[in-house]
Design a protein around this ligand. Structure first.
Ligand code: ADP
Ligand code: MG
Length: 474
C-alpha cells in the first residue's frame, strides 16, 4: 500500500516523499480514503500511530483549490494542548509545503499579532486549543461560518482536561454541513455521546494499539521503603547512574514534583530540565529542543506535558512516581525501546503504591523485575505487601478518587479482540469541569494541563505484521 493508492494529489505525495514517508500507517490507510470521500471519520488509535497525517492530508487535499476569506478559516483543528497544536501546525507545514494553503496557530503563549494578520488575510487552516479559539471568537476576531472541515484531535484528552463543554460550544458554532474528522485513543461514554450528537453517520476507523514494548524495554522496579521525597530522589539518582543511561524522561504525577525533582537533579549536577503546563510556551519549546539536540540529558515531565510529544527515542524512562493509571505506565515506557532498540524503564514504588503497581502488573501481564540492590543501592523492600489505598491527599489525587467506573469503555464499543482494559473515565470531579465564570485566558491556559492522569489506551492489542517496526513501540 502506498500513499498514491489513497487518492492524494501529486503535490501532497511529493511532500510526503520529502518527509521520508514511504507507506501509510494503518490509521492513515483507513481514514484518508474515507475522509477524501467526504464522510465523517471517527478515528480510534493510540498516540504514535500517525493520526496527524490521517486528518491533515485529506484536509489539504480538500482545501487545496480554494481560498479563505478574511477572518473566516475554512477548517479548524482543535487539540487539547499547546504542544500538540504546535506539532500539528508543524506537520501541516510539512505536508502542505507544495500548496499555497495558509495556516494560523491559536494557542496560549504565542503572540496573537502575527496570527491575527494571517487570519485577517484569510487562513485556510486554523489550529487551536479550545479555550483560545473561543476567546478569540468571543472577541469577534474569528468567524466560523465558513468552516468546511472540523477536526478534533485527542478527544479523550479533552475529556480528561475538562474541555468537553468548549468542544460542544465550538461544534455549535461551525456550520452544520461541515465534515468532521474526530480522533480519540479511547471511547468513553462522554466521547461516544459527542460523536452521536455532532458527527454525521461517521465511518469508524479503528486500529489496534501499538503493542507493548515489553520485548524491547527492560522493565525494572525499585522499592523505596522510605516515604520521604528525599529517599525517592536518592533512589532516582541511583537509577540514573546505572550503566547505559544515555538520556531519559523522568515522569512525575504532579506538576510541582516535576519542578522539585528537576531542581534537585540540577543541584546534583545532572543536566535536567522540567516540562509541564505551567511553563510558558517558549520555555517549553526551548526545553524540548535542547532535549532533542542532547544539550539537556534528562527531561522531567508530567504525563500531560509529555503526551503526544514527538520526542526522539530515549534510552531510559524513569517513573519517579508510580502512575495512577496503568495505561500511563504503558505510554510512559513506550518512550523508550523504540524501533527495535533496547530501552530500559525503571519505576520507583513506595509503600503506598501497592495498588497502582498491582494494576500495572495486571495490565502488562507480568511482574516487573526488582532491580538488584547492590551495596549502597536503594534497598529494595523484599516481600513487600501492597499497601491499602493510594493516598488522596492532594487535589490531583482527589480528582481521581472521585472518578466513577465507566462501563461504556467496555460496553459501548465492541472490540475486535479483547485485551486488558480498564475503566476509569466517566465521573469527572467538579474541579475539572469548567465553570461558566472561568472566562479568562489565563485560567483556560492553565486548564491545558490539569489532569494528573494521561489519557490513552483502554486495550492492549497486537499490531499486525504489516506495521513498520517504528510504530509498534511508539
Ligand atoms: P499520533 O498523532 O497518532 O500520536 P503522529 O501523527 O504524531 O502520531 O505521528 C507520529 C510520528 O510518526 C511522527 O514523527 C510522524 O512524523 C511520523 N509518521 C507519521 N506517519 C508516518 C508515515 N506514514 N511514515 C513514516 N513516519 C510517519
Ligand atoms: Mg497526535
Amino acid at each position: 500500500m502506498s500513499f498514491k493508492d489513497l487518492g492524494l494529489s501529486p503535490a501532497i505525495l511529493d511532500a510526503l516523499d520529502a518527509a521520508g514517508y514511504t507507506e501509510p500507517t494503518p490509521i492513515q490507510a483507513g481514514a484518508i480514503p474515507v475522509a477524501l470521500s467526504g464522510r465523517d471519520v471517527l478515528g480510534i488509535a493510540q498516540t504514535g500511530t500517525g493520526k496527524t497525517a490521517s486528518f491533515t492530508l485529506p484536509l489539504i487535499e480538500k482545501l487545496m483549490n480554494g481560498r479563505a476569506k478574511a477572518r473566516m478559516p475554512r477548517s479548524l483543528i482543535i487539540t487539547p494542548t499547546r504542544e500538540l497544536a504546535a506539532q500539528v501546525a508543524e506537520n501541516f507545514e510539512k505536508y502542505a509545503a507544495n500548496t499555497k494553503l495558509t495556516m494560523a496557530l491559536l494557542i496560549g503563549g504565542v503572540a496573537f499579532g502575527p496570527q491575527e494578520q494571517v487570519l485577517n488575510r484569510g487562513a485556510d487552516v486554523l489550529v487551536a486549543t479550545p479555550g483560545r479559539l473561543l476567546d478569540q471568537f468571543e472577541r469577534g476576531k474569528i468567524l466560523l461560518a465558513d468552516v468546511q472541515v472540523m477536526v478534533v484531535d485527542e478527544a479523550d484528552r479533552m475529556l480528561d482536561m475538562g474541555f468537553i463543554p468548549d468542544i460542544e460550544r465550538i461544534f455549535s458554532l461551525v456550520p452544520p454541513r461541515r465534515q468532521t474528522l474526530f480522533f480519540s485513543a479511547t471511547m468513553p461514554k462522554e466521547i461516544q455521546r459527542l460523536v452521536e450528537r455532532f458527527l454525521n453517520n461517521p465511518e469508524r476507523v479503528e486500529v489496534s494499539r501499538p503493542a507493548m514494548a515489553a520485548t524491547t524495554v527492560n522493565q525494572l522496579l525499585i522499592r523505596v521503603k522510605d516515604k520521604t521525597p528525599k529517599a525517592k530522589r536518592d533512589a532516582l539518582r541511583k537509577a540514573m547512574d546505572r550503566d547505559g543511561v544515555k538520556n531519559g524522561i523522568i515522569f512525575c504525577n504532579r506538576k510541582r514534583d516535576v519542578d522539585v525533582v528537576a531542581r534537585a537533579l540540577q543541584k546534583h549536577g545532572y543536566s535536567a530540565a522540567p516540562i509541564h503546563g505551567d511553563l510558558d510556551q517558549s520555555t517549553r519549546t526551548a526545553t524540548l529542543e535542547k532535549f532533542k539536540t542532547g544539550e539537556v540529558r534528562f527531561l522531567v515531565a508530567s504525563d500531560v506535558a509529555a503526551r503526544g510529544l514527538d520526542i526522539p527515542a530515549v534510552s531510559h524512562v524513569f517513573n519517579y512516581d508510580m502512575p495512577h493509571h496503568a495505561d500511563d505506565y504503558v505510554h510512559r515506557i513506550g518512550r523508550t525501546g523504540r524501533a527495535g532498540l533496547q530501552g530500559e524503564a525503571i519505576t520507583l514504588a513506595g509503600p503506598e503504591d501497592g495498588k497502582s503497581l498491582a494494576a500495572v502488573e495486571a495490565l502488562i501481564g507480568t511482574k516487573i523485575e526488582l532491580l538488584d540492590a547492590k551495596p549502597g543501592d536503594a534497598k529494595p523492600k523484599a516481600a513487600d505487601t501492597p499497601a491499602a489505598e493510594p493516598e488522596a491527599t492532594t487535589e490531583d489525587n482527589a480528582a481521581d478518587e472521585t472518578a466513577q467506573p465507566d462501563e461504556s469503555t467496555t460496553s459501548d464499543s465492541p472490540r475486535p479482540e479483547g485485551g486488558a482494559r480498564r475503566s476509569r473515565r466517566g465521573g469527572r470531579s467538579k474541579s475539572r469541569s469548567r465553570g461558566k465564570s472561568e472566562g479568562d485566558e489565563k485560567r483556560r491556559d492553565e486548564r491545558e494541563e490539569i489532569s494528573p492522569s494521561s489519557g490513552g489506551g483502554g486495550k492492549i492489542l497486537g499490531f499486525g505484521d504489516d506495521v513498520p517496526a517504528f510504530f509498534r513501540n511508539s
